[in-house]
Design a protein around this ligand. Structure first.
Ligand code: NAD
Ligand code: UD1
Length: 343
């Protein structure tokens, strides 16, 4: 029987931090979106908020990407033109404690999804990878041709393994069109303050931690090391506004209309900032003083990491529009409006 439902994009993990901002960007560009999420690290309230922002909520199926029967049903009942695969686990420390959970979700989950896609004849895939696959490169900035290194933890290795699965898959069948997007450090929130990052428990990442110190939920920031070979001794990263990141997904989808095989793009600003620069910028945006102390280096951390973002600029026509001030402004607005996330 022909399927007359409108074409849509399937976003696995579309209720999560980056997925929700990308869902909104796609809906605002006029596309239909179907979110598949097991809500293991997100809240259905994010989907209600998307409804508020976009004027209509995305279609939603609660379920797991490793559930083959469910995937078969999802592909059979919707006309899916491409898949954006955000679903996965992302906590580095947890991945050291529970490596099997990470390989199962991030690697087996990707395999399960690709099998269902091939069965349904859907061959366009955008995959959420990470700059962590480069390990600790000797030179900066990091270009896509920089060799992938040895990630320092099971989370990073699971992302690299999933990339390798996709590379072999794309080489095996010319119908596949895959975009591997290597995100640098996503921060910030939608400017409405209605959707944002909702870490469970004490945040591991710098920006949510700083925001909670500024908001009075945490006492002080521990700066992990001030003896790195960087201008002020603290770690340098390429922070990218989540709204710019979301736009990068739209551009990658457009590129897959004409590009075949596996394509890798860094999504970063090309600019690195140190921990202390981030702290000062957040103080300026929030008008709050942020107490901090210097603590020992965090095991597994690298000194510096920033992107050469020129490949995405040339090939996707994409570049970041939002700077540090907007990242901080929007992270602070989200913190003030939703001090307990979606809870
Ligand atoms: P997130 O945890 O907010 O979102 C992931 C979503 O996937 C959540 O809604 C979760 O409930 C869902 N999910 C997890 N496992 C699932 C499964 N098996 N089936 C269905 N749904 C499942 O994380 P995020 O920050 O939005 O990250 C999205 C993707 O980007 C992840 O793959 C992550 O590894 C990658 N990434 C994130 C960052 C970052 O700093 N946030 C950096 C680089 C790469
Ligand atoms: C971490 C992960 C990386 C993941 C990325 C997602 C590690 C080792 N790496 O990267 O795999 O893809 O998150 O964004 O965890 N910092 C502090 N105090 C804090 C928190 C962080 O000083 O309380 C410093 C860190 O030492 C680092 C910088 O802030 O220099 C950024 O840290 P974070 O936000 O955790 O990101 P990454 O370490 O780059």
């Amino acid at each position: 029987m022909p399927n007359h439902t409108p074409e849509c994009y399937l976003l696995t993990g579309g209720a999560g931090y980056i997925g929700s901002h990308s869902t909104l960007a796609l809906m605002q560009a006029g596309h239909q979106v179907l979110v598949l999420d097991n809500l293991c690290n997100s809240s259905p309230i994010s989907l209600d908020r998307l409804g508020q922002l976009a004027g209509r909520a995305p279609l939603f199926v609660q379920g797991d990407v490793r559930d083959a029967a469910l995937l078969e049903q999802v592909f059979a009942s919707h006309r899916i033109s491409a898949v954006l695969h955000f679903a996965g686990l992302k906590a580095v420390g947890e991945s050291v404690q529970q490596p099997l959970a990470y390989f199962d979700n991030n690697v087996a989950g990707t395999i399960s999804l690709c099998k269902a896609m091939a069965q349904a004849g859907v061959f366009k895939l955008v995959f959420s990878s990470s700059a962590t696959v480069y390990g600790e490169p000797e030179t900066m900035p990091i270009h896509e041709s920089t060799p992938t290194g040895r990630p320092t933890n099971p989370y990073g290795r699971s992302k690299l393994m999933a990339e390798e699965v996709l590379r072999d898959l794309a080489a095996s069948d010319p119908r596949w069109r895959v975009a591997v997007l290597r995100y640098f450090n996503p921060v910030g929130a939608h400017e409405s303050g209605l959707i944002g990052e909702d870490p469970h428990g004490i945040p591991n990442n710098l920006l949510p931690y700083i925001a909670q110190v500024a908001g009075g939920k945490l006492a002080e920031l521990a700066v992990f090391g001030n003896d790195y070979p960087t201008p002020d001794g603290t770690g340098v990263r390429d922070y990218i506004h989540v709204q710019d990141l979301a736009q990068g997904h739209l551009k990658a989808l457009q590129a897959l209309q004409t590009r075949t095989g596996l394509n890798v793009w860094n999504l970063g600003t090309g600019q690195g900032y140190s921990v202390l620069e981030m702290l000062r910028a957040f103080e300026a945006a929030s008008g709050r003083q942020i107490p901090y102390r210097i603590a020992p280096r965090r095991p597994g951390d690298i000194a510096r990491c920033w992107a050469d973002a020129s490949k995405a600029k040339i090939e996707l026509g994409w570049q970041c529009k939002l700077g540090l001030a907007e990242m901080m402004r929007d992270a602070w607005r989200w913190q003030v409006q939703s001090p307990n996330g979606y809870a």
